[in-house]
Design a protein around this ligand. Sequence first.
Ligand code: GUN
Length: 297
Amino acid sequence: MSAALLAGPPAAGALLDEARTRAAQLPRRPELHVIRLGEDPASVSYVALKEKKALEVGLGGVVHALPETTTQAELLTLIERLNADPAVSGLLVQLPLPTGIDSSRVLNAVSPDKDVDGFHPVNVGRLWTGAPALPPCTPAGVIRLLDFYGVPLSGQRAVIVGRSNIVGKPLAALLLARDATVTIAHSRTRELAALTRQADVLIAAAGRPHFITPEMVRPGAVVVDVGISRVGTSAAGRARLAGDVHPDVAQVADALTPVPGGVGPMTVAQLMLNTVLAAERLQAGEVPQELADVPLP
Ligand code: GUN
């Protein structure tokens, strides 16, 4: 028996439709602003995709393409200006940044209420405490994908392989909020296969091609593959991509997300929804929480 494929595009389409519908109900068109430094080809193409999707769902999409030589001070000045601009709903700085720029200093400068990447420590705290947060796009996209295909989470054992700040840790918070029983495994975990075999929902986010083999999967499990690694070039000159899950896992699992075409499309779709969520909150005139919490002098 081969696993059912949980394809990303239909689920991403539903997410984009939701973003489009909600954006159309706002008094002002939400705008996504993306800052990119330098001409790293991967960053150029990711940012172009974000801009294209924004326009597709009726958002404004503005790319601030700055030279590689931009200083940290110049970058911080631009972020401050965009933080203060009421037309800007969502703001993200594409990573990686050139050497010499302190990425965490830069990411922390983005207003948490416009932080559509969900990387700001205020949003991390909101996520873990159950306050309204802008969730990181890939983990939130994984939850949306599982919901779209009707995969139950409440009471289920979820095992995440990978403890990154971008995927593993925030995904644990989101699964916990959905009443799953969550374990995070990582490179130092002992008897990993025994642990992963307990998973009803197994999430591979280790960044190691074909790391999850059939022996590590309980028959009937749902397997989500967040990994995407370049493993060579095809005869036609295209990048050959591999997920973290070995293809033979399809013989054991009940359902499996493909790579490419699984989680990937969900990430950019969730970014659009996050931009709309940010716009809804900002345009409702809510006092940003971090300001509301500061005692007046
Ligand atoms: N570079 C690669 N992925 C991402 C992402 O999700 N957000 C940002 N800001 N940069 C990235």
